[in-house]
Design a protein around this ligand. Structure first.
Ligand SMILES: Nc1ncnc2c1ncn2[C@@H]1O[C@H](COP(=O)(O)OP(=O)(O)O)[C@@H](O)[C@H]1O
Ligand SMILES: C[C@@](O)(CCOP(=O)(O)O)CC(=O)O
Length: 450
């Protein structure tokens, strides 16, 4: 029987190119140190149930494994392998899943229930695609430090966790281990990424794939969806350590709705919208070119920083034209612009969610503190995070450790559920880019050649 284990995957911030990424334009995004954590417990052979316990959204549902539609998923003509490339959902699979997904949270108001159904659909689609009718029972408990529906890729990070956990359970992944050849690590990240994309298809409708790609591989990437075949992904080894502030409007919205808004605009005004999307793509390309010649940083090269700042301002302007800003996002920009200390753009799908602000060089710490105070007074939330965090990671077995790094015991479901807020989760299992916590492993790809 597999030991209790945990997987974790980061959220992301899109620095340039959201929305345009859906239409095949390039985007630049980086993993952040806010993460989701999924604890996987294997039950004894006699317990033939699978429990999904998504604590942050209050979803807790148990299915009988034998009642799930395995026959539909395992038809020889449709059965997928862990290395298959799946880029669209099978309508027959979806139809078979629906009664089981719709069995969740019947007591809740429709709006909240819809969210639960989407998360349950993503889980069941992956579980039935990758698992087996003969598998033992499992409990999957998820907790996340990423705000949900805030543009920081919470759904992708959940999907990466689910994909990695299921692939580990069917032994389709080796490691991660320290002596793993980089090519093997690359391949395993890609398998996790591909199945995470399938989960994203269930939650989003039409994701570009940038979120799951950054979450699975971590660090920073230039991403471009192709008309057919896999997307082009360039790992950005020279991604600058930028003096960035991440401000949350606390205005929740759904990515699917914002993506639909742009789709409608494009249908009504095809030429103008295409010009805007093209402009956004050119901004991402220009940032990439700049990165290969001069690396912008908070302390040095203020020309390069100013260039990036201008690109950030233009990118936001285009997003406003696409109709995906929000008065609260504009308020963040207004406060930064009045103080004349940097450049702001929304990040993610917009319509609420978060904004990033890049500071000019030489801004006094006190000025930043005053601005942060204003944000807090006006009900915004500031997320302290770094860009370029690690991708998907595994804690196998799931043990917690004392301050000396020594294993103290297994993390059980109650302990994980009871970890108090973000601080409690971080204290128990937290792992970020700067926190090389004992026991966690990450697939490490070779970055030297890119
Ligand atoms: N912590 C979580 N637990 C369960 N489901 C989650 C969690 N975070 C995100 N999700 C799923 O992802 C959806 C939010 O995704 P989305 O609208 O794309 O926002 P984001 O920009 O945060 O990714 C939620 O409605 C839910 O279905
Ligand atoms: C708007 C979009 O470009 C990014 C969405 O990011 P988020 O789901 O808001 O974190 C959509 C996509 O690329 O799939």
């Amino acid at each position: 029987m597999a030991p209790t284990f945990m997987v974790s995957a980061p959220g992301k911030a899109i620095v340039f190119g959201e929305h345009a990424a859906v239409y095949g334009k390039p985007a630049i995004a980086a993993a952040i140190s806010l993460r989701s954590y999924l604890l996987v417990i294997t039950l004894s052979k006699s317990q033939r149930t699978v429990q999904l316990n998504f604590r942050d959204i209050g979803l807790n549902h148990t299915w009988e494994i034998d009642n799930l539609p395995w026959d539909i998923f395992q038809q020889p003509s449709k059965k997928r392998s862990y290395y298959s490339v799946v880029d669209s959902l099978d309508p027959q699979f979806l139809e078979a899943i629906m009664p089981h997904a719709e069995a969740v949270s019947k007591h809740l108001p429709e709006k909240q229930r819809k969210i639960h159904i989407k998360s349950a659909t993503a889980f069941l689609y992956l579980f039935l695609s990758l698992g087996s009718s003969k598998s033992p029972g499992f409990v999957y408990t998820l907790r996340s430090t990423i705000p949900i529906g805030a543009g920081l890729g919470s759904s992708a990070s959940v999907c990466v966790c689910l994909s990695a956990a299921l692939l580990l359970q069917i032994r389709a992944l080796a490691g991660p281990h320290p002596d793993q050849p980089p090519d093997e690590a690359e391949m395993q990240i890609e398998h996790i990424n591909r199945w995470a994309f399938v989960g994203e298809l269930c939650i989003h409708g039409d994701p570009s794939g940038v979120d799951n790609t950054v979450s699975a591989g971590g660090k920073a990437v230039m991403f471009q969806r192709n008309a057919s075949g896999p997307p082009s992904v360039i790992r950005l080894t020279k991604f600058p350590k930028l003096p960035l502030l991440l401000v949350d409007t606390q205005q929740q919205r759904s990515t699917a709705t914002q993506v639909d808004k742009v789709k409608t605009l494009k249908a009504n005004h095809p030429e103008i919208t295409e010009t805007i999307l093209d402009g956004i793509g050119k901004i991402a390309t220009s940032a990439l070119e700049l990165m290969s010649s001069a690396v912008p940083s908070g302390s040095g090269n203020s020309d390069a920083l100013g260039h990036w700042g201008a690109l950030i301002g233009m990118n936001h302007g285009f997003l406003v034209s696409l109709g995906v800003s929000h008065p609260r996002l504009e308020r963040i920009r207004e406060l930064v612009d009045y103080a004349n200390i940097g450049w702001t753009k929304l990040t993610g799908a917009g319509g609420g969610g978060c904004a990033i602000t890049l500071f000019r060089s030489g801004i006094e710490e006190q000025t930043i503190e005053e601005l942060e105070q204003k944000f807090t007074t006006e009900g915004f939330q500031i997320h302290k995070t770094i860009l370029g965090a690690d991708g998907v990671g595994v804690l196998w077995p799931a043990v917690f450790r004392g301050t000396d790094g020594k294993a103290c015991g297994e993390i059980d479901q109650t302990m994980f559920e009871n970890a108090d807020s973000v601080q409690g989760i971080n204290q128990l299992v937290g792992v970020g880019a700067q926190e090389n916590r004992e026991g966690w492993g990450f697939w490490t790809r070779d970055l030297s050649t890119r």
